[in-house]
Design a protein around this ligand. Structure first.
Ligand SMILES: [Zn+2]
Length: 163
């Protein structure tokens, strides 16, 4: 695993904590996302699932806040998100992986690959193929699973994905 440090772990934990604010619903995951400036190391924007509208995703909420007031170069920014950015959506403007690419975010750090409940997610693959530096901190994944028990307890437990 490349370029993971304590700062990354701290921001990812903060994104996971943020996801707890999302009202649990059996039709969606509770996700938290924070965009951090690569130069200053400060948070530019944060969001969680259903913060603004019931169908809004965490990454989408954070990026929308940024679009309102940042508009700068996000190639050096990192998106910390508790779960892999989605690639299939029934609602909303576009999957979060596409929104991240459109915003030009250069790096994504996540804890849990999206479990195959609602869709087969290929967020990591799509982001990496587009040149985004994607880092998984898998040992924080169980915390995300626990927060998403409202969805995941309804399906059989699977072994964690590797690679
Ligand atoms: Zn999404």
């Amino acid at each position: 695993m490349i370029s993971v440090n304590e700062r990354d772990r701290g921001w990812l934990r903060a994104a996971i904590d943020l996801s707890r604010l999302s009202p649990p619903s059996p039709t969606r995951y509770a996700v938290g996302a924070i965009v951090v400036d690569g130069h200053t190391g400060t948070a530019l924007a944060a969001g969680y699932t259903a913060e603004t509208e019931p169908h809004h995703h965490a990454e989408e909420v954070a990026l929308a806040k940024l679009a309102d007031r940042h508009g700068g170069d996000l190639r050096r920014a990192t998106m910390y998100t508790s779960m892999e950015p989605c690639t299939t959506r029934r609602s909303g403007p576009a999957p979060c992986a596409d929104l991240i690419l459109a915003a030009g975010v250069g790096r994504v750090v996540l804890a849990l690959r999206e479990p195959p409940v609602f869709a087969a997610c290929v967020g990591i693959r799509i982001l990496r193929a587009a040149g985004v530096d994607v880092v998984e901190i898998g040992d924080l994944g169980p915390r995300v699973r626990e927060i998403n028990a409202h969805v995941l307890d309804r399906i059989p437990e699977r072994p964690a994905a590797t690679a």
